[in-house]
Design a protein around this ligand. Structure first.
Ligand SMILES: [Zn+2]
Length: 169
């Protein structure tokens, strides 16, 4: 989606802009397009952003390494302060960082980049621990000939160990 020039919001009814979304993001491989909408409201000192986002992604299970589909359906909201960037050099290097400095801010005459915002919201909504199901038992070890299962993820490590031993001899 296009970026929004923030001062343009002031000319709109209710200082508000709603945008329908139905597109694939450039940096996120989703199975279905991201669908939903974004509403921007100019509240003088801050920009209120509300979204409704729906998409399906293919994730890799942390236990069994199989791919599985994961649906993200979120209604994120954020306040972005409209403040000019401080002049370079005017901020003391050892300035304490207060809580209010941790929120997002944009210059009042800047642009809102909806694509980046949507990307960040979806990334935040992904589970830290990705499991295909809570009952996933992980990689099957059956089928190894001697009955002692060797996780194939370790094979590169044991090869390296072998090389180091050969070099030392
Ligand atoms: Zn799994």
């Amino acid at each position: 989606m296009e970026t929004v020039y923030i001062p343009h919001l002031l000319n709109r009814t209710g200082k508000q802009w709603s945008i329908d979304i139905n597109e694939h993001l450039p940096w996120l491989d989703t199975l279905t397009p991201v669908r939903g909408n974004l509403t921007l409201t100019h509240c003088q000192t801050y920009l209120q952003v509300e979204g409704k986002l729906d998409t399906i992604l293919t994730l890799t299970c942390d236990r069994c390494l199989q791919n599985y589909n994961y649906r993200v359906g979120i209604t994120p909201q954020e306040m972005i302060w409209l403040q000019p960037d401080p002049e370079p050099g005017s901020v003391p290097l050892e300035q304490e960082v207060g809580l209010e400095d941790l929120v997002e801010r944009l210059p009042p005459n800047g642009h809102f980049d909806g694509t980046t915002w949507i990307y960040e919201q979806i990334c935040l909504a992904l589970p830290q621990r990705q499991l295909c199901s809570s009952a996933c038992t992980g990689i099957s070890l059956s089928g190894s000939e001697d009955g002692v299962g060797v996780d194939h993820r370790w094979s590169a490590l044991s090869q390296l160990q072998q090389q180091l031993e050969n070099r030392d001899n």
